[in-house]
Design a protein around this ligand. Structure first.
Ligand SMILES: Nc1ncnc2c1ncn2[C@@H]1O[C@H](COP(=O)(O)OP(=O)(O)OP(=O)(O)O)[C@@H](O)[C@H]1O
Length: 387
């Protein structure tokens, strides 16, 4: 595969180490609708960044400003050291793939891929070779003569990717391009995006509300909520060390325990739970403990959980079979207000528990992360986001 550096690839801007710089950017649509609130981040050349957040959190607005389609109310965005709106959209070195692919239906796959090259006045003699090269890159070699309606959804997606990349843009922007695909195809295309991005080394910003996609494809993740960047980190760090309960609830499946800070962790339901504060806490302050579903163990007796720092009696309220794993929902008389969620990763095991079973559950102090609770915090349902 030679598409990575085609002979007539335009020289890229390499004078600035940061491919994209977003500085104090806000978008105020008026009437109290602050869609993006003082967002700042830098993205280094060649990295794959995903902006992850729930519906209405400001992801698309932020991406549209980076694309130059929308002007920030305040702040500054540069690509390769230059302001984004320095050139008209069709002259910018930015490739884009949206959920609506906007392919030309009357054209063939190859004609679609050739279109941006013609718009950018590439040497006509080089166009067929370059189109073939990028169709190969997206594994559509041999299908260039097919019209768009003669291609499957996944193949159309590949045409859109080839069209976005064929002119070797400095930056690739993806706005939920996989959202409309069924789960299996979506997961296949996630890996394809990753492969192609690694092969070309093109700096990429992807927008999604799918946490799995963010974890699978990205070098870096930004979680956004209410127009504000909540955390910017690598996927493993984001998952293991969330900065606040919103991020903890948005990635993965967790149990939330409300209480107050105590000397050795937190006090909830009248008992002390050993845990790890993420920041210094004042005794008696309202806190929220968060523990991931895979970090709680479940067993038929407390003796089987001797290695756990905390052990509680509980009753199974629900068992959800998810194929490769089970999700137990249990309640403990020690924490009456808390719905506790536990993953069990071997659904073929013999010691499964049925609804109504009395069980023991346990975890270690390092896995119960204790956050200061803010006054406006409402219970978070991480289950809704478990895709
Ligand atoms: N052109 C506009 N005029 C007024 N308000 C807008 C406009 N575009 C977006 N908004 C508002 O800005 C907020 C952020 O919208 P945005 O589309 O950026 O969210 P999102 O995170 O991309 O959501 P989704 O995942 O549903 O696409 C929302 O409250 C939305 O209603």
């Amino acid at each position: 595969m030679t598409a990575a550096r085609a002979p007539d690839t335009p020289p890229r801007q390499r004078d600035d180490a940061m491919a994209v710089r977003v500085k104090d950017v806000s978008m105020d649509f008026g009437g109290g609708n602050l869609a993006v609130d003082r967002a700042s981040f830098d993205l280094a050349q060649g990295r794959f960044l995903t902006i992850l957040g729930p519906s209405g959190s400001g992801k698309t607005t932020l991406l549209r400003m980076i694309a130059g389609f929308q002007h920030p109310t305040s702040g500054e965005i540069t690509i390769g050291g230059k302001p984004v709106d320095a050139a008209p959209p069709h002259r910018r070195s930015v490739g884009m793939v949206f959920q609506k692919l906007a392919l030309f239906p009357h054209m063939t796959a190859a004609q679609n891929v050739a279109f941006p090259l013609k718009m950018r006045r590439f040497n006509p003699a080089t166009i067929p070779g370059r189109v073939a090269e990028y169709l190969d890159l997206v594994r559509l070699g041999g299908l260039g003569d097919r019209r768009i309606h003669e291609l499957s959804g996944g193949q159309q997606q590949r045409v859109a990717i080839a069209r976005a990349l064929v002119f070797a843009p400095e930056l690739l922007l993806l706005d939920e391009p996989l959202a409309a695909l069924d789960r299996k195809l979506r997961e296949e295309m996630q890996l394809e995006f990753r492969r192609i991005q690694h092969e070309l080394g093109v700096t990429t910003i992807n927008v999604t509300h799918d946490q799995r996609e963010a974890l699978v494809v990205s070098d870096d993740i930004i979680v956004i909520e209410g127009g504000r960047i909540q955390q910017h980190a690598r996927p493993v760090a984001m998952y293991r060390e969330p900065l606040n309960t919103f991020v903890a609830g948005f990635l993965g499946v967790s149990t939330f325990i409300d209480g107050i800070a105590g000397p050795d962790g937190m006090i909830a339901g009248g008992i002390t739970l050993a845990g790890t504060p993420v920041a210094p806490l004042t005794g008696g302050a309202p806190v929220r403990g968060v523990i991931r579903a895979e970090q709680i163990r479940i067993a038929g007796s407390a003796a089987a959980l001797a290695s756990c720092d905390t052990r509680l009696a509980a009753t199974v309220s629900d068992v959800i079979f998810e194929g490769e794993r089970l999700l137990y929902v249990v309640h403990s008389p020690d924490l009456p207000a808390t719905e506790i969620r536990i993953y069990h990763h071997d659904p073929a095991a013999f010691d499964l528990f049925e609804v109504g079973s009395d069980v023991s559950i346990g975890w270690n102090a390092r896995d119960l992360k204790i956050f200061r609770k803010t006054p406006d915090e409402t219970p978070v349902s991480s289950k809704e986001n478990a895709t």
